[in-house]
Structures are given as C-alpha cells and as structure tokens.
Write a protein that binds this ligand. Structure first.
Ligand SMILES: Nc1ncnc2c1ncn2[C@@H]1O[C@H](COP(=O)(O)OP(=O)(O)O)[C@@H](O)[C@H]1O
Ligand SMILES: [Mg+2]
Length: 454
C-alpha cells in the first residue's frame, strides 16, 4: 500500500486525527502545568529575596555600619557564582558593598538581565530594592531555575509529540492494513456474487465487530437469495414438467377430432373434451398467477382486523350442503371471537381450499371438523378429517405447486390448492402444519392475535 492509499483509509485518518487531538491536549496541559510551576517558583524566589532583604535589614538595625558591611561581604563570599546579587549604598549614594556592577535600580521589584550588571550569565535577576535602616539595599536572585524549567517542559513536550505522532502512524497503518485486507476479501466476494455465484460469502472473523455484523447480515441475505433463486428454478422446472400432461391430453383430443373429421365421423365429443382440457389449463395458469401475486406481498397493505371464528363459521355454512351431497358431515366449533390482521378474501379462499380437499380426497362417511381457538397470543384454525390422510414423506411435497398424490391424479383439481394455502399463510406470517390424525389429516394455521401486533 502506498502512502497516498493509506490516506484514503478511514482507520488511518482516524488514528491521525486522534493523535493530533492528543497533541493539542498535551500542548494545553504542558502550557497550564508550565504556567502553574512558573508562578509557584516565582513566588518562592520572591519569598527568598524578601527573606534575605529582611535579614540584612535586621543586621543594619542591630549593629553599626562595619557589621553591616561585613555581613554582606560574608554573604557575597558564600555566593561566588553571584547567583545572589547584593548592592548597598549609604545616604550619599556611595557603594559600601556589592558583587555586581554599579547601576541604579528602581525601587521595589524588578527583573534585570544579568549582563546589565556585568554578570556573565544568560539569565536574569529578580531584584528587590528598598531602604534598610537608612541604607539603600538591593537584593537579587538569578532566574536560572525558571529557565531550566522552561527547557525541561518544552523538551518533554517535544519528545512526547514525536512519540505520539510515530505511534499514530504505526497504529493507523496497522489498522488500515487490517481493514484493507478484509475489504479486499469482501470486494472479491461481492464481485463473485455479481458474476452470478450465489455461494460466495463475505469473510467473518468471529471478532463480532461492526464489519463482522455487516458481513453476517449480507451473508444471511445471500443465503436467502440463493434459496429463493433455487426455489424459483425448481418451481419453473416443476411447472414446465407438470403442464406437459394437460397439454398432451389437449393435443390428443384435437388429433382424434381431426382424424374423425377426415373419416367423416362426428368429432364433437373430442372437441368438448378439448374445450374442458383447455379450461383446466386456463384455471391452472390463473391459479399460478394468483399464487405469484400473493407471494409478491402487495396485498399486505389491505390487511384489516377480522374475526376468524365468524369467517370460518360462514364458510362452513356454505360447504355444509356440499358435504352432505358427498355423504359427509361438516361441523364447526370455536372458543369465541378470534381477532387477527388479515385479508378476508384470501383467508376465505384458503379455508375453502382445505374443506374442498377433505370433500374431494376423502371417501363417503368422512367426518370433517373446522375449529378456531384463540388466546391472547395466537389464533389457531384447523380443518381435520378422518379420511386417508397424507403419508409423512409427502406432507411437505403437497405444499408445492402442482404436486398431487399418485392416487389423486384421476380426481379433478390442479394441485395448486395447498400451494395457495401456503402462500396465504406466509403472507400472514402464520405457521402452517399438516398433521396425521390417524386416520386422517389435520391442517393447522397459527396466526398472531391482533392485539399483539405492533
Ligand atoms: N384432506 C386430504 N386428505 C387426503 N389427501 C389430501 C387432502 N388434502 C390434500 N390431499 C392431497 O394433497 C394433494 C395436493 O392438494 P391440493 O394442492 O389441494 O391439490 P388438488 O386438491 O387440486 O389435488 C392432493 O392431490 C391430495 O393428494
Ligand atoms: Mg385441492
């Protein structure tokens, strides 16, 4: 990765921004610290000057002039490097004792560069001048400590800055490289998906960071997409396969009719059968389109609150006579109103399909029961019979479009009834289960109760 590339990485820029922020904070903190320490040292220096001044003043008050001069001479001797400066004059302005060049200091506090009083030092004196027992006295202390402090603070700050910047560049580069590696992997996975390879997945490190979470979400979406595409492929293959039979029947009838016409016979039987076959094909397509439309989910916008108990009661009433004609009985029970959010027309169609199936696929004498049960979480509707039932391995397959049990191939129907029930259940987020009631079949639809929907 070139330095210019590095700059394009948010991790690197972030590390750099953080270190600049740290530097600024460091600068502020050292500034404040330096200021505080300087004030403290200055106060101490001034206190020391005041102390020396007071001690000399004391001497001047207690002894005579000679004592005073001797005391100052002793102090001068004790400070050979002239870190402490002394200047004593009498009332006439004559210098009595001094270790610095003659100069006229202002009264009170002043800061005087050492060179001004002929002391070869780069530092300045902090001086106090005043009257001590009739004499004019100046005491000064060299600023060396303060200057050293400044150097130490600036030096420390400089090194800290260098280390902080180096650390930022190293950490930023490492982070950027790591992110870059994962991004490259993700990019190549995305490219494979774009080329139609739905088995490609984004890398997941297991660290659980945000990149992992995004990758997991994208992978889950890919998983779903792949299964949808596979299902779609399966469905179109099934449909193409299953529609060949009715189309073949149609062709055979037309061929026979043509033959009969050529032989001078009456083809009206075959034409009627061909018409019926055409109607079946038309119905099949209509049902397939309807299922596709339900699966598209647009009808969910028209959902309304409805009582499934009443709805199923009404449907059962309509089918009661049909059941009697087939020498069957149809009963209906419920535990009171069962509210849910749904599409009235589609739910009616689905329940009717289940009742029709029981009537169509069970022998005379069969007892068909509809039941609706509701509690504060779920509304469960079921249609059961004591007919032949559906063998376990077939129970998933009958939900597919156009799938019919072998023995049902001769009965009327398109094999789309349960596929529609499944589509309606999915649209309502309902759980559809087919159970064995030995003997017989029970189909359960479990919805979420209306009050519990957001
Ligand atoms: N109540 C039932 N008892 C026995 N078999 C059933 C029952 N309901 C459905 N089936 C079987 O499931 C198959 C699929 O049903 P369905 O999708 O409604 O198609 P169709 O009724 O048009 O055949 C039926 O062909 C039948 O074999
Ligand atoms: Mg059916």
């Amino acid at each position: 990765m070139r330095p210019a590339d590095l700059w394009r990485h948010s991790a690197f820029r972030l590390a750099l921004a953080v270190s600049i922020f740290v530097l600024a904070t460091l600068m502020l903190a050292s500034g404040v610290g330096y200021g505080l320490m300087k004030a403290q040292l200055s106060a101490r220096q001034d206190a020391r000057v005041t102390e020396i001044f007071a001690a000399i003043e004391q001497t001047s008050l207690q002894g005579d002039e000679t004592d005073l001069i001797e005391a100052i001479a002793a102090r001068i001797k004790a400070s050979p490097d002239r870190a402490t400066a002394y200047l004593l004059r009498d009332q006439t302005g004559r210098i009595l004792a001094s270790n610095i060049a003659d100069f006229r200091p202002e009264l009170g506090w002043s800061t005087v560069p050492a060179v001004r009083v002929d002391v070869p030092s780069e530092y300045a004196y902090r001086m106090f001048s005043g009257i001590a027992g009739g004499y004019s006295l100046t005491v000064g202390l060299n600023d060396a400590d303060l200057d050293d402090l400044q150097e130490i603070v600036l030096g420390a700050f400089g090194w800290a800055s260098v280390f902080a910047l180096l650390a930022a560049i190293v950490v930023g580069s490492v982070l950027a490289l790591r992110v870059q590696k994962r991004m490259t992997e993700a990019e190549s996975a995305a490219a494979r998906v774009a080329q139609g390879d739905l088995t490609a997945r984004l890398p997941v490190t297991g660290r659980g960071d945000e990149l992992d979470r995004i990758s997991r979400a994208v992978n889950a979406a890919l998983e779903r997409l792949a299964s949808l595409v596979e299902a779609m492929r399966q469905v179109s293959a099934d449909i193409a396969h299953d529609l060949r039979t009715p189309l073949n029947r149609l062709r055979i009838q037309i061929e026979e009719a043509a033959q009969k016409t050529a032989n001078g016979a009456n083809p009206s039987d075959n034409l009627a059968a061909a018409l019926a076959q055409g109607a079946v094909i038309d119905q099949t397509f209509a049902a397939l389109l309807r299922i596709a439309q339900i699966e598209a989910g647009a009808r969910r916008e028209k959902f309304a609150r409805l009582d499934l108990a009443t709805l199923i009661g009404d449907i059962a009433e309509v089918y009661a006579d049909v059941a009697i004609d087939a020498q069957m009985s149809l009963t209906c029970e419920n535990s009171g109103p069962a509210w849910l959010m749904g599409d009235r027309e589609l739910l009616t169609q689905a329940i009717a399909n289940l009742i029709e199936n029981a009537i169509r696929h069970c022998p005379p004498g069969t007892v068909i029961r509809c039941a609706v049960d509701a509690d504060d979480r779920y509304v469960t509707a079921s249609v059961s019979d004591n007919g032949p039932g559906i063998p376990d391995p077939e129970r998933d397959k009958v939900l597919r479009r156009l799938y019919r049990l072998e023995k049902s191939r001769t009965t009327a129907g398109t094999g789309l009834g349960l596929a529609l029930v499944k589509a309606v259940a999915d649209l309502h987020d309902a759980k559809l289960t087919l159970a064995d009631t030995a003997p017989g079949l029970r189909v359960d639809l479990q919805f979420v109760t209306a009050q519990n929907l957001a």
